[in-house]
Structure formats: C-alpha cells, structure tokens
Design a protein. Sequence first.
Length: 74
Amino acid sequence: MTHISLGKSISLFLIDGTPDGVIACELSNWTGKGYKIPRNNLKDVSTRSELKKPGVYFLIGHNEYDKETVYRRS
C-alpha cells in the first residue's frame, strides 16, 4: 500500500503589520489558531477578543544569551 502525503497550507496574519510583532497562524483543515506574541507586546494584546478563545499561544522573548526563545511554564 502506498502512502500519499497531502500538502497543507499555513496562513500567517501579522496583527500589527510587522513580522516581529504579534502573528496569528491558521493551518488548513484545522479549526484552531496559533499565536506568536513577543513578550513586550503581551500587555497590548491581552484585551483582544480573539485571544480570549481557546488557542495555542507562544510567548517569545530573549534569554540570558540574548537569543530569541519561547517561554514555557515549568
């Protein structure tokens, strides 16, 4: 039996119009959304209605080596 891979489409929306800002992501055939939120923008977006819904949220910032990193709860 041959397995056929089907392509998927990812749609990125630059919420504040810049690639370094808040980004909303949608994957074809998936009802959820993903968000990339730089740490310094967190307070600005906390009142947005779409961020009060279930989703996948990434909090982005810089670590002690000034490298961009994704924060996680330990």
